[in-house]
Design a protein around this ligand. Structure first.
Ligand SMILES: N[C@@H](CCC(=O)N[C@@H](CS)C(=O)NCC(=O)O)C(=O)O
Length: 200
């Protein structure tokens, strides 16, 4: 049985959302986000840098949420939610998935980390700089989604799941009501029943 190690609000939402969209069997195992647990030998065997999420499928243990999304698609996707490998549409799915984690979620995640570590001693300039980086990404999404329901002409895909989580994260820290296309796109994604099931 596919197991997703889950903490609410984290990138565990991505693989859980995908399983819910695909309607495949999986088990959600809630784990602690407590730093002590994440530093434990037990957890470090699963995620060597003590982050969340992780996934187990038989002998396979994985960290990195977007890799989990791709592996679930490859193993259980049945050709759904992803354009054929090698096509331009698939290339765009890869592009937006990498963008979601390595370009948008990176500064958004650093806002979270910075606030968690420094508490009331946060460096306002550092937070402002990271918010600017997030805004730049949100503007790119806003421009890309004009007159489109989802990122790809293919329709709803794993790219929307990967980016949807990053928007969910950014939404908590950066105001982007003025980016009406990006905002409406996030609201469309957030209204999906499978997304709703992934956040509770
Ligand atoms: N690129 C990793 C990022 C994992 C990550 O940063 N997870 C956050 C929660 S969403 C975390 O565990 N943060 C704790 C920390 O960095 O100390 C992924 O996509 O799985």
């Amino acid at each position: 049985m596919l197991t997703i190690y889950y903490v609410a609000g984290t990138r565990a939402i991505r693989p859980v959302w995908l399983c819910e969209e695909l309607q495949i069997p999986y088990q959600r195992q809630d784990v602690s986000f407590d730093p002590e647990f994440r530093a434990s030998t037990e957890w470090r065997k699963i995620n060597p840098v003590g982050k969340v999420p992780a996934m187990r499928d038989g002998d396979l243990v994985l960290f990195e949420s977007c890799a989990m999304v791709q592996v679930i698609l490859d193993r259980y996707g049945n050709d759904q939610l992803a354009p054929k490998p090698g096509t331009n549409e698939n290339a765009l799915m890869q592009q937006w998935s990498w963008f979601a984690e390595s370009t948008l979620a990176r500064p958004a995640g650093e806002i979270v980390n910075h606030q968690r570590v420094f508490g009331k001693d946060t460096v306002a300039k550092a937070i402002a700089e990271m918010k600017e980086r997030v805004r730049l990404c949100l503007k790119a999404v806003d421009d890309a989604i004009v007159d489109k329901e989802f990122l790809l002409d293919f329709g709803f895909s794993a790219a929307d799941i990967n980016l949807g989580y990053s928007l969910h994260l950014a939404n908590k820290y950066v105001d982007y009501d003025d980016l009406v296309n990006a905002k409406a796109y996030y609201e469309r994604l957030a209204a999906r029943p499978a997304f709703q099931r992934s956040i509770i």
